[in-house]
Design a protein around this ligand. Structure first.
Ligand code: ATP
Length: 603
């Protein structure tokens, strides 16, 4: 018996039990305690319940790449609370202004309910989940009214604690701060009694990006089901990422003397799933959001230009002017699209897909095959004449060849190069030395920006008082610990528009104590659930006793910090979630690289 050691419940778990667990998760302040609570919670789940429980805990109704949302705005949630509890909209609204959390408002008013509660039977997790799915599926005329009816029905049936989480969930602001790695570890413990199976679960997750599905297969088919997990068209694969090294010499050494050295385009990472037989295409971004509607030109082009049955391509979408061989950075394209509309900009700045990998072809998974073989297949199916191209590259056999190509690429206005190990498989969801990037560096600045997670913010003082926003406390992601470690406060680089937007977004994810997965010695004015990522440029990485990034890793008691940090680009990065932020490991590498560059500059 595969799962003889796991005890699965057959009866239904009540939503009230889940709410109790969520409340516990909010109270604790350590990640280990978080894992224990989740493990307990998963142990209570039946085979049918595990999938909805995982989604609910992630704050979603289906894997995030499906983008299924309840579509409930604050004012409709206020209406639903008012209707369910007998208070007026105005009173609900006033209370919301005081606390900034409609979940707490719902909890309070359900506790002090004006309407006499009719006797109801407790609802199960599956009932609540299905009602939310129903709410999400309603669209068109009159849909808001129906959504409010269903939500107020849930609140009217709920006890106060249930009401807190029902309303937060409806608004997409659960504020539990539970990460994917934490869920996987708890699943491993719940089923096998130890964390040892976590890596295998992670591998399955890396090729389907659906935690609910991984949990369900694990509960139903045990270890064997997970070990036999297969790639499926339209389930995105978590993208491979690149390491950094400071010079061609080090890159070529690491690659063993030969590498595919490719242009690094500053575009939009696009994983393109194509079922040509059924004329279906889906495109997923760097953090696996469904981005198909944003890229109609690529959808049309892959169907027209590729001679395949089906495939999954990995590449970079970028606006390109072929006649003058000019690339437009994606930031520019996206800003113009927002202003002038997708259609019009598509004509002016035609998007091309520069494909660099193939992960699936004609019903066959490709990720285990060596890169040279994958690239060969890719070149066979891409004619290179239309909108679908392959990335420009050379096969370099020496640091000189690599550096010469690097200079040519920079001359063209591109970002740098990515060197790839010709014999390596596609390493889904990981940053490994099978891909190494080298970017252009500017004197007196770090050569690369950092993508940091916002964990707290400050109130505005002086001239900032009017925005009630003074700056951010930001962190990097420590993958080994699955924790967010602070690296800097940022008060510079914000436009007025950005400040307004940040304040509005951060208020919605405010929490009243330091989240369990945040490691910080600094107390900001407000803590927030780690959710948003911003791009930051700095002059230098320094050692600092104030921050926890990398603290203790090299035996010393100091962490790493940024000198002169400032926000770049348009504020929050739409294509990265907290787990895609710059990692502690990367910061340490960047610190070492910077030392090497300093030495080089001085010689
Ligand atoms: P960056 O902000 O530097 O793009 P990142 O964290 O998004 O960093 P990295 O793994 O560091 O991602 O760098 C690889 C990224 O570079 C890919 O996500 C992809 O979007 C982009 N890219 C552009 N050209 C290539 C290429 N030829 N091969 C691989 N990635 C490429």
């Amino acid at each position: 018996m595969l799962l003889s050691f796991a005890i699965f419940k057959l009866s239904n778990m009540n939503f009230s039990e889940l709410a109790e667990y969520y409340n516990k998760l909010e109270q604790i302040s350590s990640r280990l305690a978080m894992i224990d609570i989740l493990t307990d919670m998963f142990k209570k789940a039946s085979k049918e319940e595990i999938r909805p429980i995982i989604y609910l805990t992630q704050g979603v109704l289906s894997p995030p790449f499906e983008g299924l949302e309840t579509g409930i705005a604050e004012k409709f949630a206020e209406e639903a609370i008012a209707r369910a509890t007998g208070y007026s909209r105005e009173i609900v609204e006033d209370e919301f202004k005081k606390t900034g959390d409609l979940g707490l408002v719902a909890e309070k008013f359900v506790k002090e309910q004006k309407i006499k509660k009719i006797e109801t039977k407790p609802f199960s997790i599956i009932d609540v989940f299905n009602t939310f799915r129903k709410i999400a599926s309603i669209s068109g005329e009159g849909s808001q009214k129906q959504k409010i009816d269903l939500l107020s029905g849930l609140i009217a049936n709920a006890n106060p604690l249930e009401a807190r989480y029902i309303v937060r969930f409806a608004l997409g602001e659960l504020r539990l701060g539970v990460g994917d790695a934490t869920i996987l570890e708890a699943l491993s413990k719940a089923v096998t009694g130890s964390r040892d199976f976590k890596e295998k679960l992670e591998q399955a997750y890396n090729i389907c990006s659906d935690l609910g599905k991984v949990g369900e297969v694990f509960f139903n088919e045990g270890k064997e089901g997970i070990e036999n997990f297969k790639i499926q068209l339209f389930s995105p694969i978590r993208p491979a990422l690149a390491e950094r090294l400071p010079s061609g010499k080090e890159i070529m050494e690491k690659m063993g003397g030969i590498a595919s050295v490719e242009s690094k385009y500053d575009g939009f990472r696009a994983q393109v799933h194509i079922d040509k037989e059924h004329k279906r295409v889906e495109i997923f971004s760097r953090n696996l959001e469904r981005s198909t509607p944003m890229l109609p030109d690529i959808v049309e082009a892959v169907l027209k230009e590729l001679d395949i049955k089906n495939a999954i391509l990995d590449g970079e979408a970028i606006a390109y002017n072929e006649s003058v061989d000019e690339f437009h950075p994606f930031q520019e394209t996206i800003t113009r699209k927002r202003k002038h509309g997708v259609e019009k900009v598509s004509e002016e700045l035609p998007l091309y897909l520069f494909a660099f990998d193939i992960l699936y072809l004609n019903d066959e998974p490709m990720i285990e095959k060596p890169y040279k073989e994958r690239r060969e297949k890719l070149e066979k199916i891409v004619s290179g004449k239309g909108r679908i191209r392959v990335t420009d590259r050379i096969i370099a056999k020496s640091p000189e060849e690599l550096e010469k190509y690097f200079d040519e690429v920079i001359e063209k206005g591109l970002e740098g190069i990515v060197a790839k190990d010709l014999n390596a498989p596609y390493v889904a969801g990981a940053r490994k030395f099978t891909w190494i990037k080298l970017k252009r560096s500017y004197k007196g600045e770090l050569s690369d920006t950092l993508d940091l997670v916002i964990v707290g913010y400050y109130l505005g003082k002086g001239s900032r008082a009017e925005f009630q926003f003074g700056g951010l406390l930001c962190a990097v992601y420590n993958e080994e610990r699955d924790m967010f470690e602070t690296i800097t406060k940022i008060g510079t680089g914000f436009t007025e528009e950005m400040m307004k937007d940040l304040k509005e977004k951060l208020e919605k994810i405010r929490v009243n104590k330091k989240p369990a997965r945040v490691d910080s010695l600094i107390e900001p004015d407000f803590w927030v659930e780690p959710k948003y990522v911003v791009t930051v440029r700095a002059d230098e990485i320094t050692k600092s006793p104030l921050h926890t990034a990398g603290k203790g890793i090299d035996g010393s008691d100091t962490g790493y910090a940024l000198r002169f940090p400032r926000i770049v680009s348009n504020g929050i990065r739409p294509d990265k979630g907290p787990n895609e932020a710059t990692t502690t490991k990367e910061v340490i590498e960047m610190y070492k690289m910077q030392k090497k560059i300093e030495i080089k500059d001085n010689t």
